[in-house]
Design a protein around this ligand. Structure first.
Ligand code: HPA
Length: 250
């Protein structure tokens, strides 16, 4: 089974990817962010895309999430693991932590967030109201948690991810509001990616890498962009180590 991997910040390329070949793709929803890269990661057949583009010049609100997911499915992917850099709101999510969200709150706006929207409708049997009780696929989450154990990489089993519009970071007041809403993590790309994957019936899970304390959570020192880079590199390497221990079957 081919596993799709969606990389973000920190994933200019996929470390450890073997026998890679790139392929351009097109979809009824436009072009995906970058050519798809096919290869092997550990024991897994994978197809990789960076949602921010090969030159990392596509902002979170400009990503064509529909084209990316459609292209991955069209390429034969049967499940999707996304990587996402996030800020930590809850104290337990300090920079350097990895987490596997089980819930999401969507604060984004104006993004093309559904396939059931005029253009491309001929590909579907009418509008489908997807069940989002478990926004992330529970059996894929269980597999990732097992692989993390085998890899000896610490991965928090649950988190609620707030997805903001970006590209700016949040104000401390906004972070307080997200915390009151129940979010422990904040990122900019988790939605509509997760719900679009569900619309295409692709099992989807996200490995979140905490690269900074959310705004106002670090004694008001402001954002440490240099520190973010380091946590990003290190988090990406550990996240990939987890996927390398996943099996190709199931
Ligand atoms: N907020 C939103 N998105 C992010 C953050 C953050 O603090 N860090 C990394 N992505």
């Amino acid at each position: 089974m081919t596993t799709a991997l969606i990389g973000g910040s920190g994933f200019a390329e996929l470390p450890g990817l073997e026998a890679a070949r790139g392929e351009d793709a097109d979809t009824p929803f436009g072009a995906p962010s970058a050519p798809l890269v096919f290869g092997k990661l550990g024991g897994c057949e994978v197809v990789f895309i960076n949602r921010h583009g090969a030159r990392h010049d596509i902002a979170p609100h400009r990503v064509n999430y529909r084209a990316n997911l459609w292209a991955l499915k069209q390429a034969g992917a049967r499940r999707v693991i996304a990587f996402a850099a996030v800020g930590g709101i809850a104290a337990e999510f300090a920079p350097g932590k990895l987490a596997l969200p089980d819930q999401v709150i969507d604060y984004t706006w104006g993004r093309a967030h559904t396939f059931f929207d005029g253009e491309g409708m001929e590909n579907f049997d009418g509008v489908k109201h997807i069940d989002f009780t478990a926004p992330y696929d529970e059996s894929l989450r269980a597999e990732i948690l097992e692989a993390a154990k085998r890899a000896g990489v610490e991965l928090a089993a649950r988190a609620t991810l707030a997805v903001t519009q970006g590209p700016r970071l949040e104000s401390p007041a906004e972070i307080n509001r997200l915390e009151r809403d129940g979010a422990g993590l904040v990122g900019m790309t988790g939605m509509p990616e997760a719900s679009l994957a569900r619309e295409l019936e692709l099992p989807y899970a996200a490995i979140a890498m905490v690269i900074n304390p959310a705004a106002g959570r670090d004694s008001g020192r402001g954002v440490d962009f240099a520190g973010m880079e380091k946590y990003l590199r290190d988090g990406a390497a550990r996240a990939v180590k987890i996927v390398m221990r996943m099996s190709n079957a199931s």
